[in-house]
Ligand binder design. Structure first.
Ligand code: HEM
Length: 399
């Protein structure tokens, strides 16, 4: 995981020159396969012989608590068909495009309030003052987590995303996991009470309420699966979106010509957002996949139990797929997020929400503070040690 390295892209470009897949010895002394080419990454994400279920992970990964299984329990991103198909169908039914679209006015109101608050200070951290509270409020309201508890969620989410590299980080990760599980158990109990008897016809159930109602009707989701799904939605739905806004703004500040162009032509924003997703994706590496049988991938022989790491950040810049992929160009005629939301059965369920939120965040920011500037040299921005690629801070002068 290279999420804290300021510029891993040169290393990825060199690897792609050598080939699409590379055998690497992990820090624990075991072989893993790093996939850097676009086509190979796409096929890894589609291959049913590569499992996402931690039960198929090799023992050394489980011993080192590297499978993430403990954090979320049973959830979409840690399961294979047929369990994955069943849970995904249920969550997709509750997490509809209509439900996402209905959030538009609320997202705008939250963004406007935050920007108004920010205007009182000459300099702020864009992540803590804007991107984080925006994304956190939206996901908590969507799931029915009371506002008073959202700060706890931010802390637990961050704790559960710490790479478990030593005993101290493992302890923090376990603490966050336990606290989040405990809280979600209580939230589910509370919602159970509220969804029965049924809501009034004009009352919108939260996503959690809709999931519980569907679950009680057909007995299709166990309590453990519901808890894992909620934890996944909170974690996947928060930290990624915060860092999309942060990474996108940092990339624009680093490419002042592109930043100027966007300020002068705000209509470029939809295409610019796709390009920024491709160029500065918060998900650098897909979750590990485990070979369930001996197989050959892009010419490499991988034994059963082998760990395959699909590098989205590298695939998104592959010259075979995108011209001058290491350049940021917000005017690309066919700009695409490429593999930033994954591909295949585990394709991001929150992609529409993430796009809506990020677009509204950037639009509102540009409109309210057209003179926005980075308050430090771009080289001094530091990347966080986290499973999601993001910056420690993005200090800005509002202008
Ligand atoms: C899966 C990226 C926002 C919910 C994924 C995957 C990626 C991704 C790459 C696939 C991982 C893999 O196959 O290993 C992103 C990015 C986001 C974002 C870049 C923001 C910029 C969200 C939001 C939500 C969400 C806002 C929900 C509120 C999920 C879920 C899955 C997922 C539930 C698992 C789907 C499955 O396994 O079937 N996301 N995500 N994501 N994402 Fe997102």
């Amino acid at each position: 995981m290279a999420a804290h390295i300021p510029d891993p892209y040169l290393m990825y470009a060199r690897l792609r020159e050598k080939g699409p897949i590379h055998r690497k010895v992990s820090r624990y002394g075991h072989d893993t396969w790093l996939v850097t080419g676009y086509e190979a990454t796409r096929s890894v994400l589609l291959d049913p012989r590569l499992s996402r279920n931690p039960h198929h992970a090799p023992q050394w990964m489980r011993d080192q608590e590297l499978t993430g299984g403990g954090v979320l329990g049973i959830n979409l991103l840690a399961s294979d068909p047929p369990d994955h198909t069943r849970i995904r169908r249920l969550v997709s039914q509750a997490f509809t495009r209509r439900r996402v679209e209905a959030l538009r006015p609320r997202i705008q109101a939250i963004a406007d309030d935050l920007l108004e608050d920010m205007a009182r200070y000459p300099e702020v951290d864009l992540l803590e003052s804007f991107a984080a509270p925006l994304s956190l409020t939206v996901i908590c309201e969507l799931l029915g987590v009371p506002a008073k508890d959202s700060a706890d969620f931010r802390r637990w989410t961050r704790e559960t995303m710490i790479p478990p590299i030593d005993e101290e980080s493992k302890a923090v990760l376990r603490r966050g996991t336990l606290a989040m599980k405990d809280y979600l158990t209580r939230l589910i109990d509370e919602w159970r009470g509220r969804t029965s008897p049924r809501l009034a016809p004009d009352e919108q159930p939260t996503l959690t309420g809709a999931l519980i109602a569907a679950m009680d009707e057909g007995d299709q989701l166990s309590d453990q699966e519901l808890q894992g799904t909620l934890a996944l939605l909170l974690m996947a739905g928060h930290e990624t979106t915060v860092n999309l806004v942060g990474n996108a703004m940092a990339a624009l500040f680093r490419h002042s010509d592109q930043w100027r162009l966007l300020r002068e032509t705000p209509d470029l924003l939809p295409g610019a957002l796709e390009e920024l997703l491709r160029f500065a994706s918060p998900v650098e590496m897909a979750m590990p996949r485990y070979a369930t049988e001996d197989l050959t991938l892009a010419g490499a022989d991988i034994p059963a139990g082998g760990v395959v790491l699909a590098c989205i950040a590298s695939a998104n810049r592959d010259a075979a797929q995108v011209e001058a992929g290491d350049s940021l160009d917000i005017t690309r005629p066919d700009a695409q997020a490429m593999l930033s939301f994954g591909h295949g059965p585990h394709f991001c369920l929150g992609a529409a929400l993430a796009r809506l939120e990020a677009r509204m965040a950037l639009e509102s920011l540009l409109r309210r503070f057209p003179g926005l500037k980075l308050a430090c040299p771009p080289e001094s921005l530091a990347w966080r040690h986290s499973a999601v690629r993001g910056l420690e801070k993005v200090p800005v002068v509002l202008g």
